[in-house]
Design a protein around this ligand. Sequence first.
Ligand SMILES: Cc1cc2nc3c(=O)[nH]c(=O)nc-3n(C[C@H](O)[C@H](O)[C@H](O)COP(=O)(O)O)c2cc1C
Ligand SMILES: C=C(O[C@@H]1CC(C(=O)O)=C[C@@H](OP(=O)(O)O)[C@H]1O)C(=O)O
Length: 388
Amino acid sequence: MRFMTAGESHGPKLSAIVEGFPANLPIDKERMTSELIKRQGGYGRGRRMQIEKDTFQFGSGIRHGKTLGSPIMIEITNDDFKHWSKIMGSEPLTPEEEESMKRVITKPRPGHADLVGGMKYNMRDLRNILERSSARETASRVAVGALCKELLHALDIRMFSRVNQIGTVKDEGDYSIEERATRPDDSSVRMVSEEKTKEAEQLIDETKKKGDSIGGIVEVIVENPIPGLGSYVHYDRKLDSKIAASIVSINAFKGVEFGIGFMAGETPGSQVQDEILYSEDRGYYRRTNNLGGFEGGMTTGMPVVVKAVMKPIPTLYKPLFSVDINTKEPFKATIERSDACAVPAASVVCEHMVAIEMARAILEKFPHDDFNELEEAVSKYKTRVSEY
Ligand SMILES: Cc1cc2nc3c(=O)[nH]c(=O)nc-3n(C[C@H](O)[C@H](O)[C@H](O)COP(=O)(O)O)c2cc1C
Ligand SMILES: C=C(O[C@@H]1CC(C(=O)O)=C[C@@H](OP(=O)(O)O)[C@H]1O)C(=O)O
């Protein structure tokens, strides 16, 4: 399964094309839309999210609610484009129009792609960089991830994401998928305890008031994964490494851990490795899940547990030093519309990137022209593994 995304943040549309997805898989479009809406929410988002309403259309690959096996095209309209149609239109501008707009961006933001992108692609209007480097693109990825979640759902693999930390406010309490489902979380911080959620929201408010931004740590859990996805036989087939790359590909994500992660560096081996147990009804299982569901780059069958850190948002109201690319004069950041904290929204993006990698690993392992054929192969494999 391959996919590509296209689209600029303030352009007319975002899109994605997914190729290699099985035929005959029922698709719940409403459920997919709810994932997109979740990504738009989360405490700390800026004004842009009040403008957008991320619904999507299938342009191809689906007929009467089922996949056809042909490339699936997904399109999301940027509602903000109506305010940007001249600035972001595809038609060339007349010199007068260009002059009258005077909207060329020459002041790169520290921490964003502006300066290096401008140098690399030889552009002197940094809008040409920020439009595509914007995390608006993650809407397309969540749409692809939501499609992948339809496949995982049909195979009884369930997953969710949550926020473990915003700045110094931490909440790593246990959370079940059932509890998650009962909480309307579109606009909250998505933490386990309501008290910690409030504390985190207060911190976001205070940070915003100071003109600053704040990052945090999120967690994604996949329950009931098929054991043996990925492989130890070659470096580029290890599923944990693919998940790590996918997470760090998300705008502003700087690190990934599996299970106890970096704590493994300070803990003796006897307390890190997950002891192997066996029972008639469960087959092989582990006493603990310190390694987050991976051994040798393969899923063990225990829940996959991924944690990831997001840096604070680069666009700040508080002035930071930078240099104008035309005058070479130093300046202090100008005020721009921005999120103060996008960690809750980004937890949804992480979840969907993990969904994409899980689905991809399944489609690599099993025959998948037809979903029914895939389901049968998965069931046979699970039986064989349980009898091992
Ligand atoms: C959901 C989400 C929303 C974001 N919103 C903003 C924002 O409003 N302003 C901003 O400057 N950066 C925002 N970012 C982060 C930038 O897109 C990111 O820092 C930038 O693309 C540079 O990439 P890097 O931080 O990975 O180096 C957001 C990231 C995510 C995942
Ligand atoms: C549009 C989204 O996020 C955007 C990501 C983003 C950035 O620089 O990454 C900057 C902001 O865009 P704008 O400049 O239009 O306010 C965010 O709103 C989105 O998540 O859908």
